[in-house]
Design a protein around this ligand. Sequence first.
Ligand SMILES: O=P(O)(O)O[C@@H]1C[C@H](O)[C@@H](CO)O1
Ligand SMILES: Nc1nc2[nH]cnc2c(=O)[nH]1
Length: 293
Amino acid sequence: MSKARDEFNLEDLREAADYLANRISSKPKLLIICGTGLGSLADLVENPVSINYEEIPHFPVSTVQGHHGRLVFGTLSHVNVVCMQGRFHYFEGYSVREITKPIRIMKLLGVEGLFITNSAGGLNPQYKVGDVMILKDHFNFLSFGGENPLRGPNDDNFGDRFIPTNKAYNKKLISIARDIAKQVGLKSNCHEGVYAIVSGPNYETVAESRALLMLGVDAVGMSTVPEVIVAKHCGMTVFGFSFITNLCITSYDTDHEPNHGNILDSVESRSVQIQNFVIKMVEASKDLWKSDR
Ligand SMILES: O=P(O)(O)O[C@@H]1C[C@H](O)[C@@H](CO)O1
Ligand SMILES: Nc1nc2[nH]cnc2c(=O)[nH]1
């Protein structure tokens, strides 16, 4: 029986990176991944060059409503950035290695930092719809079941076999984000918390939400963690936040049910504040991304 080609095959990753390098005039230093409904972050990019995922060799394609499926290269606060307008999820049928392929391709292009965003369900009773949660840690339920993107042959070109993840989210960037949240009027709507990935695509049962809360999870979603693990493996600096689009249901006495349409609407309601938050984060951290290290 023939063995499937490894999603992290270096030849394929290089082919994709070389293709992109030939389509752009300056290489990006910072990758911004836009979560569900947060694709308008890419509208902030100056002198944009857009490349659809279908055009890029070996690149996966997005299948979820609210994810455009293109890369937008350009500058933001004079920093060379690339936005992923649309990401890949495990529930779409992709393996965790396929989901995280773009991180390695961007590393080959010269990217040093990752700003990662998602929409998530709030579990912490203090959270409200429309709040922002800065990620201080995560809980990888996929990995508990053995689905870790670093499982399989390790490519030493990118990083070591065994890596720590207790400091996955950069503390300096978290502290900057605290101040910026106040400046953009998000003070009382901004929290720091623990994000958990579950596979989806169904939203949680009452029993599952209650269990997650007991385990110390503040918000739950269906993405982000595999990308962060692969970014840390290849030495990137990571900052992440969740937009709280709905509250997870922890009571049997309600008729309410979460749905994807409402989730998209709730992101829309705060899109200007979120855009300002991201612009100011890039501006405040630009010394980290400007050098040719
Ligand atoms: O890409 P993110 O994590 O923002 O998307 C989550 C997972 C689903 O696509 C959607 C569920 O409503 O939000
Ligand atoms: N698992 C999960 N993902 C989400 N994405 C947005 N809201 C939710 C939610 O309530 N649960």
